[in-house]
Write a protein that binds this ligand. Structure first.
Ligand SMILES: NC(=O)C1=CN([C@@H]2O[C@H](COP(=O)(O)OP(=O)(O)OC[C@H]3O[C@@H](n4cnc5c(N)ncnc54)[C@H](O)[C@@H]3O)[C@@H](O)[C@H]2O)C=CC1
Ligand SMILES: O=C(O)CCC(=O)C(=O)O
Length: 524
């Protein structure tokens, strides 16, 4: 398998990749060049310079994973990747400290005008009046986004005796000590802070989170630090707010367009700027390079990854428990789509027992993968299964209950079609003994492997013998046989596992036996 690395990353990760794969490092490629190159690769690794556009993703022929050596994935069209079933992984932990330390460096540079003073001195001046600063002690620092970096910034700012307030709608006060950080509403943060620092991703929701309206609400003399992403601040509004004196200064590591050619903010004395250096420490670059390399390897080996962006992530301990159920779910889907017809409009996954408390979404994806791969031309995998289903107007629901009936854990795939509904249920015995235990209302005990002949019939004497002799006459060996029935001589389901492939002619011969209503040949 081949891996393309299109931005500069630390050698440490490259060496890990090279032990197992062919690795090509080609930096500075244009979009057109990447469109041509990507066809040959199973994995692509980028930092922030490469823009992984939909065109590039759509040109990929065997790409399985895109790795981002860093946190932000706004340079990757994640929804195009998901659509195509390409996994996106990032390395979110390795550069947290670097970004937090850079933020503090920017905060102090801004409050003490260090870059401006340094430039003045180097230009031959000895100006001690022009660079009067402000202390940060006792000032209010407003943090927008209290994730990994935001929290590390808070810790460090606390040691400068700043008063910290934060806005993060996804974090509650129980998760942070009130004495350290007070969680406040967005408007309160905007209007009360002396310094505002942002640590949020760039998404449609956060675009221009600070714009003209927000700058108007700020304290006069506020200072802004952005070491997260360009685009979360409206740069024109910031420019105007600096000119009208609302904002005393801004420290910017990131810009809406990078490099920020012709950006008017860079002309202002009140602006301190670095060229997206938040993660640029030796330590961080080694960390993210190793982290992304390891996750790309896991993805290429079809193992569970640590930092999936477009798929549910499961911890290794949890994966040990879940993986047989993931395999079983897929088999339930594959089984169902081979024994029932009809246009699917709703899929319900019913989880009973301890399994209901796990990350069931991955099991639902697996069942959809099994179901849709039989029906559709395009490849469906765990990454794109739910997206592909929704695109086809298939409603997906999950029903969970902790009730334990006959089995410790039970998964039921219930499918609603224009021809009615049906269900197939399964469980796992021991470590990995997967069984189908229910077909519609019939109880059964079937190992979902190999070739299975599934017969709906009326239960009566001689039925099994007739089927058996047709198979015997055609040299088909029966491995196992199961009958599920509601009552003797009523409707029943017969499932025969056979060692050989059974052709159409033999299946028709069996279907003609009196009392057989339906017959399907299922291959796992
Ligand atoms: N300048 C640089 O070189 C670097 C920049 N970054 C940027 O920093 C960002 C944050 O990184 P981490 O802290 O590691 O991510 P994280 O995912 O740990 O934290 C992000 C936080 O933002 C919060 N959030 C999301 N939407 C929000 C909103 N509308 N308002 C307020 N809070 C919101 C989330 O709840 C989360 O707690 C990254 O997305 C990346 O863009 C990260 C590393 C280096
Ligand atoms: O790769 C870099 O240096 C940028 C890091 C960054 O912005 C991120 O991790 O989100």
């Amino acid at each position: 398998m081949r891996i393309l690395i299109s931005d500069r990353i630390s050698d440490k990760g490259i060496k890990i990749l090279e032990k197992e794969f062919q690795v090509d490092v080609k930096t500075g490629l244009t979009e057109e060049e990447l469109i041509n190159e990507i066809k040959h690769y199973d994995a692509l690794i980028v930092r922030s310079s490469t823009k992984v556009t939909k065109k590039i993703i759509d040109s990929a022929q065997k790409l399985k994973v895109i790795g981002r050596a860093g946190v932000g994935v706004d340079n990757i069209d994640v929804s195009a990747a998901t659509q195509k079933g390409i996994l996106v992984v990032n390395a979110p932990e390795g550069n947290t400290i670097a970004a937090a330390e850079h933020t503090l460096a920017m905060l102090l540079s801004l409050s003490r005008k260090i870059p401006q003073a340094s430039a003045s001195l180097k230009a031959g001046n000895w100006d001690r009046k022009g660079f009067m600063g402000v202390e940060v002690k006792g000032k209010i620092l407003g943090i927008i986004g209290l994730g990994r970096i935001g929290k590390e910034v808070a810790k460090r700012a606390k040691s400068f005796q700043m008063n910290i307030i934060a806005y993060d709608p996804y974090i509650s006060q129980e998760n942070v000590f009130k004495e350290d950080i007070e969680l406040v509403e967005f408007e309160t943060l905007i209007s009360k802070s002396d310094f505002i620092t942002l640590h949020i991703p760039l998404t449609p929701d956060t675009k221009y989170i600070l714009g003209e309206k927000e700058f108007k609400m700020m304290k006069k003399g506020v200072r802004i630090i952005n070491c997260a992403r360009g685009g979360i601040i409206d740069e024109n509004a910031l420019y105007n707010a600096i000119l009208d004196g609302t904002v005393a200064g801004a420290a910017l590591d990131v810009f809406e367009t990078e490099p920020p050619v012709g950006n008017r903010l860079l002309e202002l004395d009140q602006v301190v700027a670095t060229p997206h250096l938040g993660a640029s420490t030796e330590e961080a670059q080694i960390n993210v390079s190793i982290d992304v390399a390891e996750d790309v390897i896991r993805a290429l080996r079809n193992e569970t990854v640590k930092n999936a962006v477009n798929m549910v992530t499961v911890k290794p301990e949890e994966w040990n428990f879940l993986s047989p159920y993931v395999m079983l779910s897929e088999k339930l889907g594959r089984f169902y789509s081979q024994f029932r017809n009809g246009r699917v409009h709703k899929v319900e996954m019913i989880f009973k027992g301890k399994i209901a408390d796990t990350k069931t979404s991955i099991l639902t994806s697996a069942a959809l993968k099994g179901l849709l791969n039989v029906i559709l031309q395009e490849p469906v995998n765990l990454v794109n299964a739910q997206v592909v289903a929704k695109e086809r107007n298939i409603k997906i629901i999950e029903t969970k209950s902790s009730d334990v009936e006959d089995y410790g854990n039970l998964l039921i795939l219930k499918v609603y079609t224009d021809k009615g509904e049906g269900e197939v249920g399964g469980t796992v015995f021991g470590n990995n003994d997967q069984r189908i235990v229910q077909i519609d209302e019939y109880k059964i005990d079937l190992i979902p492997e190999g070739n299975i002949i599934l017969i709906s019939h009326t239960d009566k004497p001689g039925m099994i013998g007739k089927v058996g002799s047709i198979l015997g006459n055609n040299d088909i060996n029966i491995a196992t046989m199961q009958v599920g029935r509601k009552k003797p001589r009523g409707e029943a389901v017969m499932a025969l596992t056979v060692d050989e492939y059974v052709n159409e002619k033999i299946l028709r011969e069996i279907a003609e036996i009196e009392g057989i209503e339906d017959l399907k040949f299922v291959v796992f």
